[in-house]
Ligand binder design. Structure first.
Ligand code: GDP
Length: 445
């Protein structure tokens, strides 16, 4: 899902990070590319234009002076703007289904996945929400469609309204309502007829059914792969019938994810669910956060943030040094050091860089201290609570046992770690007094 857009955008951001500090021109250039990327992903032009304008205003407003993480900053702004655009009101996926039996009208073009989605939602409502659901097909022109729903119903264990030949859609809707009331159902779902294109008859039929059923939700099912067309379909259905939410299907394919963005921006309708495959479980509530993440390509953000952190670490080092000079060195500091060491080519590499540590480096080597141990030590610290890390002196036997167990290690190993932490703390203190620490830290960061 969204691969095209995400690849494109991550390319843009890669370039940003390589440039270091971000000027206003950089923002403009980057956002011009974001706009192209959006258009290529089939986001409609006005939506892309609006989106970029919004981001630009925010980015410029936020004064990109703090040169530490320009890329991260833009990613965050673009991400937030995407979430903003994609977010609908209320809980994602929430359906108004109080006052049983609540009618849900399912509309959409033929082949959009309407019948499949009806069954998927019925299954979800049954299993997740404990609702009793009745499904009815109103597609009188296509007996196969009516049978399809019946078969799906049996497969997922959800009741369907018995098929009566020759009945018209309005009569079926009425019968479904009666049956739902008498049978004590919480929800009844009306799967209306689909056509290949929107035509007057289709709309008229759906409108008649709507008037009879007075649905709590009218969900439009659209094929997410059809991009701009999906948005046009949604606009038309909403104008003519009134839609309360959208389900985007085939979001498992590698189609152009721009549809989601345009859909939301143009129709103003919330996207409630996304279909992610043919199986009956392949449906999820629409999570703007997750979709925005996918549009941006999470992997790239992570690496971006990591790159940005390298610069942040320089600041942290400065702060840490001040603490060390005062003789403060707790397990949080140690964890940071250990992680830094791993990055810097392990224990030996780091010790080699620190003046006055040659002897210790030798000892370390002799004791067989390698990167595996570094990792184990990090795991031990991770197994501690926040308070324990900040105050290693509170680590008594029972805490030690729990921590070691959590990291899958022996208490004796934890004791070694604590001893090392004390030694390092002492050393930092001594070095801090002689100004050596500053030298040493320079080498490390
Ligand atoms: P309808 O004509 O709108 O009722 O469409 P159907 O429910 O019969 O679906 C048409 C085809 O699309 C079927 O083969 C479904 O299995 C498939 N389909 C529906 N939703 C999804 C989806 O989210 N992902 C994928 N990959 N296929 C889907």
């Amino acid at each position: 899902m969204f691969e095209n857009l995400s690849e494109r955008l991550s390319g843009v951001f890669d370039r940003l990070t390589k440039q270091g500090a971000l000027s206003e021109d950089d923002v403009k250039t980057a956002l011009r590319e974001v706009r192209v990327a959006l258009l290529e992903a089939d986001v409609s032009l006005p939506v892309a234009r609006d989106f970029v304008k919004k981001v630009q205003e925010q980015a410029t407003g936020q004064a990109v002076t703090k040169s530490i993480t320009p890329g991260q900053q833009v990613v965050k702004i673009v991400h937030d703007a995407l979430v903003d655009t994609l977010t609908g009101e209320g809980e994602p996926g929430a359906l108004k289904i109080d006052n049983p039996p609540a009618p849900i009208l399912m509309v959409g073009l033929q082949g959009s996945g309407k019948t499949t989605t009806t069954a998927k939602l019925a299954k979800r409502l049954t299993e997740k929400d404990g609702k009793r659901v009745l499904m009815a097909s109103l597609d009188v022109n296509r007996p196969a469609a009516m049978e399809q729903l019946e078969i799906l119903g049996r497969q997922i264990g959800v009741d369907t309204l018995p098929i009566v030949k020759g009945e018209d859609p309005v009569a079926i809707a009425k019968r479904a309502k009666t049956q739902a009331s008498l049978g004590g159902y919480d929800v009844y779902m009306l799967d209306t007829a689909g056509r290949l294109h929107i035509d007057a008859e289709l709309i008229q039929q759906a409108a008649q059914v709507r008037d009879v059923a007075n649905p709590r939700e009218t969900l439009l099912v659209v094929d997410g792969l059809t991009g701009q067309d999906a948005v046009n379909v949604a606009t038309e259905f909403d104008d003519k019938i009134g839609v309360s939410g959208v389900v985007l299907t085939r979001m498992d394919g590698d189609g152009r994810g721009g549809a989601a963005l345009s859909m939301r921006a143009v129709t103003g309708k919330p996207i409630k669910y996304v279909g992610l495959g043919e199986k009956m479980d392949a449906i999820e509530t629409f999570e703007p956060d997750r979709i925005a993440g996918r549009i941006l390509g999470m992997g790239d953000i992570v690496s971006l943030v990591e790159k940005a952190q390298e610069t942040i670490e320089a600041e942290q080092a400065e702060k840490m040094m001040k603490r060390f000079q005062k003789g403060r060195f707790n397990l949080n500091d140690m964890k940071m050091q250990l992680e830094q060491m791993l990055k810097m080519g392990g224990m030996e590499g780091v010790m080699g860089m620190m003046p006055g540590m040659g002897k210790m480096a030798k000892q370390v080597q002799d004791s067989g201290f390698d990167d595996k141990i570094l990792k184990q030590q990090i795991a031990l610290i991770q197994s501690m609570t926040k308070m324990e890390r900040a105050n290693p002196q509170i680590l008594q036997a029972s805490r030690k046992k729990r921590i070691a167990k959590g990291a899958g290690m022996e208490v004796s190993e934890l004791n070694k770690l604590l001893k090392m932490q004390r030694q390092m703390g002492d050393m930092m203190k001594k070095m801090g007094k002689g100004g050596m620490l500053k030298q040493a830290m320079k080498g490390m960061f």
